[in-house]
Design a protein. Sequence first.
Length: 325
Amino acid sequence: MRRTSARFKLASVTALATAVATLAALTASSGTAAEVPRDTVSTLAVGTPTGFGAGTTGGAGGTTVTVTNAGQFTEAVQRSGAVEVRVNGTIQLSSMTKVAANKTVIGVGNNGRITGSGLNISGVSNVIIQNLTFSGSNDDAINIERSTRVWIDHNTLTNAYDGLVDIKRASDNITVSWNRVYGHDKTMLLGHDDGNASEDRGKLRVSYHHNWFDGTNQRNPRVRFGNPVHVYNNYYGGVTGYGVASTREAGVLVEGNYFENTRDPFHLGEGSSPAGTLVARNNHFVNSGSGQAGGSVNGIPYSYSLDAASSVKSIVQSGAGAGKI
């Protein structure tokens, strides 16, 4: 993803600049969300997902819409069919807002912001959320349930009432990559309840890679049932509670991560939840604990390129978060 993002950066910026010029003229007179012809802007998402979310295309090939307020945003993300929604400015939401299938929701430059509430990706497939800053949600920043093929990439997330990226209820084939999360307690939950085995067993397969857990407290992620879950090439800086927890029937591969000033990098079980399994390999520790591992984990079913763990801090700090695509 790191090399792919760099390769596409110039093309993306050029395309977006062209679109902004076109949209300025359109919105100045109408005050409504402007649609850009398909020959003006190609697929907006930068790069392609690796890991379990591979193959997610979002709104590619559909209408492109630029939105500047909550009304425009809600109408665009809830349309049927493929739509690429460009967020230019701060969108103030009052409640969790449903995102329909086959959508790309992407911020324009450093301007795309979601505040007040968050996004609900529920019962759908093929959604990309990229290059947005989320803050101050009255619920989750991003909730994913009963959904497949989702890519959460290059966002900055902080200060939600509940989770920042929570994935649950039989969701599957998801990649969470190149995000910066900070100033938060319960960061990323995977699997909401020990009693949900009938729905979750065999699902909840997620790849977490090149994310920056910046002074967060816990659930980075906390995992139930998913096996395998792949946590690789992330940077954990000053995590105050714990990094990764593998619980109730989960199998987590923790690989090639950089843990700094993190007393408890990973462990088995959490709260009243019994231990899952966890395999740890090729991680790098600076002023951190050694972690608790045990048991075996299902094989990773895809190919991937692993960065050297000792280089992950510099790679992630320079590339993770909104405005870095």
